[in-house]
Design a binder for this molecule. Structure first.
Ligand code: SF4
Length: 106
C-alpha cells in the first residue's frame, strides 16, 4: 500500500531548464534542496540521494503536509506552479503530464 495516494505519481526536475532560483525550496523545502555552490536544485529522496530524474513520489521525502494527509500533491503543485521556468514536471499514474500543462494555463 502506497503512503502517497495523491493524483501526482511521478515528479521530474528538468535540470536543463532550472535556473536555480530556489523558489521551490521555499515552497516545499523538505523536498527541494538548493546547492548554492553548484547553482543547482535537486529533489531529496528518502534514501538520502539527490536527484533531478523522474521519480515516483513515494521515493521522495514527505512534505510536512503529506505527513498528515498521505499526499504530496499540495506541496508539489505549489512548487511546480511557482517555478518561474516550469522546470518541475508532475505526472499522473499513466504518465500524463499534469503540470505545467493542464492545471494552470499560463
Ligand atoms: S523554482 Fe524552478 S527554477 Fe527555481 S530552483 Fe526550483 S525548479 Fe529550479
Amino acid at each position: 500500500m502506497s503512503e502517497s495516494q495523491g493524483k501526482i505519481r511521478f515528479v521530474e526536475l528538468k535540470g536543463d531548464v532550472c535556473i536555480a532560483s530556489a523558489t521551490c525550496c521555499v515552497v516545499a523545502g523538505e523536498i527541494f534542496k538548493h546547492d548554492a555552490a553548484k547553482r543547482t536544485t535537486n529533489m531529496l529522496c528518502k534514501n538520502g540521494s539527490l536527484t533531478q530524474l523522474k521519480v515516483a513520489v513515494e521515493e521522495l521525502v514527505l512534505s510536512e503536509g503529506a505527513a498528515n494527509t498521505g499526499s504530496q500533491d499540495a506541496a508539489l503543485s505549489s512548487a511546480a506552479g511557482m517555478c518561474p521556468v516550469a522546470a518541475i514536471r508532475l505526472y499522473d499514474a499513466e504518465g500524463r503530464r499534469l503540470e505545467p500543462d493542464s492545471l494552470e494555463a499560463m
